[in-house]
Design a binder for this molecule. Structure first.
Ligand code: BG6
Length: 472
């Protein structure tokens, strides 16, 4: 690119959290059980019950958002705060909480981006009929979302249907049907039934949203990345392409085009696990496309085909073939740096991902999550207590620059949400893995003061928002 255009003046500079990772107040004020309880059982060292206490501290947190200059804030609703059993009668204390949060955001000039469901599926729906494995789940999700449109629709313009459906179906504990230890290949069939039901449920909710809130915009948030062939062998290029189809594009093809991708369909048919469904489902999907595609982007993977490995004998040091698809294995990229958790740091990958996504679906894109994780603790610098998270600043700078480049090519990107506003409990690593622009003073098992302390990245992002560019 020879020149960069400006970020749009209404670009949604944002930050994100999710309910189970931030709110705390677990099982209080009427909240019912969710499948996250299983995750909590697996990670016994972390106290999940209090989160980072967003439930009680949202006034203070919204003031910090205002100081930061945020234009948008992505939060998720805990389904079981609204319907403790997943369906039935609403819990007024639950809806009151979100009404207050959303109202206070609007009062402070911050656009709420509301995720209807972010991992915390109601346990009792699994007990009643198997959750997403049953078509009954479609109606309950529609009723829940419709209730939210009625209660919050006056103030909420941006809605996210489901967070990372692609991950949910691969994680039995998130579907409420396993303990996270089982081999995915054992319940692939269920996974793709759940996937189909989630796509249909989303389309029904998109239809409802368009009918009830004509000015609102609604779309999914999927984890989306670029896959690279591990070598220039055509087999590896094919494996990388196929992996993208089998892990991410198949959902988007259903949601945005209303059909099963033929490569994906053949993969399921060959294994006898193509779901049964009424043909009317596809018409419903075709007519109720999302208004935008939300993506959570963190890193990229290299992909090696099993046949190339066999052919060239490159198996040494490589992971065992992935049982999930049986066609590829992920290999380590030799040049990209990684986080402490081995995730590649790859801002060019974001540009590639956005370009591919737009090329394939031609819908506006919202970056619903992007961020850098680290182990962090407070430091004293010139008498000031802070965290000098320079690596996070560098990560965010490079990724926002990638967005800037993509926008300059004419691709519509609505906004960018840093994961996370403040440190929250990581899904699998407790408080050891921090993403926030704001440090929260608590450990895994010790709640300490829960005080909020601005990191260096807070001030950096503040200047980015103010200047409307990453070049500050
Ligand atoms: C996304 C989720 O998958 O990635 C978040 O939507 C999650 O809920 C984030 O926290 C980062 O993952 P992790 O495992 O590093 O916390």
């Amino acid at each position: 690119l020879k020149t960069l255009s400006e970020f749009p003046s209404d670009f949604l500079w944002g930050a994100a959290i999710s309910s189970f990772q931030a709110e705390g107040n677990w099982k209080k004020d009427g909240q019912g059980p969710s499948v996250i309880d299983q995750t909590r059982k697996e990670d016994r060292t972390t106290n999940f019950d209090d989160g980072v206490d967003f439930y009680h501290r949202y006034h203070e947190d919204i003031q910090l958002m205002k100081e930061l200059g945020l234009k948008a804030f992505r939060l998720s609703i805990s389904w079981t705060r609204i319907f403790p059993t997943g369906n039935g009668k609403p819990n007024l204390a639950g809806i009151e909480f979100y009404k207050n949060v959303v109202h206070e955001l609007k009062q402070n000039g911050i656009e709420p981006i509301v995720t209807i469901y972010h991992f915390d599926y109601p346990t009792q729906l699994v007990e009643q009929y198997g959750g997403w494995l049953s078509r009954k789940s479609i109606q309950d999700y529609e009723n829940y979302a419709t209730y939210l449109f009625g209660a919050l629709g006056d103030e909420v313009k941006y809605w996210i249907t489901i967070n990372e459906q692609d991950h949910v179906i691969k994680m039995p504990e998130r579907l409420g049907i396993g303990d996270g230890e089982a081999d995915f290949s054992n319940y692939k069939q269920e996974a793709y039934v759940a996937n189909h039901n989630m796509c249909v449920a989303s389309a029904r909710v998109i239809a409802r949203c368009h009918q009830l809130l004509p000015n609102a915009k609604i779309g999914p948030a999927l984890s989306y990345q670029a896959y690279y062939p591990a070598t220039d062998q055509p087999e590896d290029v094919l494996a990388a392409d196929d992996l993208a189809t089998l892990t991410q594009n198949y959902i988007l093809d259903l949601q945005c085009r209303g059909h099963y991708n033929p490569i994906f369909k053949k993969y399921l048919v060959d294994r006898g696990i193509f779901p049964d469904f009424p043909t009317t489902d596809l018409a419903l999907l075709k007519h109720n496309r999302p208004d935008f595609i939300g993506i959570n982007y963190y890193s990229t993977d290299d992909v090696s085909s099993l046949s190339a490995q066999e052919k060239f004998g490159k198996t040494e040091g490589l992971p065992v073939p992935n049982k999930e698809y049986g066609i590829y294995t992920k290999t380590k990229n030799r040049t990209l740096p990684t986080t402490k958790w081995g995730w590649t740091i790859d801002s060019v990958g974001l540009r590639i991902a956005l370009q591919r996504l737009y090329h394939d679906y031609e819908l506006p894109i919202l970056i619903t999550e992007n961020g850098f994780s680290n182990e962090e603790s407070l430091e004293k610098r010139a008498g000031v207590t802070t965290v000098s998270d320079l690596k996070r600043i560098s990560y965010l700078h490079d990724h926002i620059k990638a967005v800037h480049e993509v926008i300059s090519s004419g691709i519509p990107v609505l906004g960018y949400c840093v994961w996370t506003l403040m440190d929250v409990i990581s899904g699998h690593s407790g408080m050891n893995k921090r993403y926030g622009l704001i440090y929260v003073d608590r450990d895994n098992d010790n709640l300490k003061t829960l005080q909020r302390i601005k990191k260096a990245s807070f001030y950096w992002y503040q200047s980015v928002i103010k200047a409307n560019t990453e070049e500050v």
